[in-house]
Structure formats: C-alpha cells, structure tokens
Design a protein. Structure first.
Length: 137
C-alpha cells in the first residue's frame, strides 16, 4: 500500500543584502513551508506559508528551485506519509525583521549571509541543505 502524498510549498527568501532567511523549529534550522490548501496554486501556497510562518510581507516570487520529498509520521492521519515540497526563490525589497509563528513551533528567525550559510548545514535537514545548494548554483 502506497503512502499518502502531502503537497506543500515554501520559499528561500533573500533580503536586499542577499541574506537568506532561516527559521528555527524543533531543534533544526529550516526554510518556511507548509501544506497546500484546496483550490490554491502551488505558487500562492509558497507565498502564503512564508508570510504565515515568518510575518514577512510584500514577497516577490523569483523562480522555481526544486521539489523535495521526505517521509514522516502524521499524527492526525496516524500513518506514515510522504511530503512533497515545492521550493521557490523569493525576495523582499526592504529589510524586514519578521515574526516567528510560535503556533508552528518556530522560535527564531534569522537572516544569514550566503558566506555563512554552510555553518548552519549540520543543524539542517538534508533536503533543506539541498534546496540551498541548488539555489546557490
């Protein structure tokens, strides 16, 4: 029996200084993402989820980066599922501090210079490292 697939979208956001936005959730540095709502486009989902999880506004969608997949146990479905996340590069025109969405267990938001981003790789999920590396190429 195949596992249900959950479609999600998220973003790698850069500010005017080209710093990359990271969120800290459940012990890992991550990129904002979330589940697709019924009737929503994948691009609209990506922007909505980044806005909800970070408090950022006036995001501009730049380009598609990649699709990642990972398995996890969904406590609501009480079974293993596959999350298929569609990733987009985004930007903001003016610096914004952001506000972590604590209801989603996000405790910190940080802007990181591209030269320093690899320092965070040991505390990131492999899929997130892949998204950042693909974006940087």
């Amino acid at each position: 029996m195949s596992k249900p697939i959950i479609i999600a979208a998220g973003g790698l956001v850069q500010n005017p200084s080209l710093e990359i936005l990271l969120i800290f959730r459940r012990g890992f540095w991550d990129l904002p993402k979330g589940k697709l709502d019924a009737g929503e486009t994948i691009e609209a989902c990506a922007i909505r989820e980044v806005e909800e999880e970070t408090g950022l506004t006036s995001l501009t969608l730049q380009k598609f980066i990649t699709i990642t997949k990972h398995e996890y146990f969904d406590p609501y479905r009480k079974q293993d599922v596959v999350k298929e996340s569609h990733w987009f590069a985004m930007s903001i025109e003016t610096y914004q501090k952001g506000l972590p969405q604590t209801e989603e267990d996000i405790t910190e938001i940080k802007w990181v210079a591209p030269a320093d981003i690899a320092d965070y790789f040991p505390t990131m999920y492999p899929n997130i490292v892949e998204v950042i590396r693909l974006f940087a190429l």
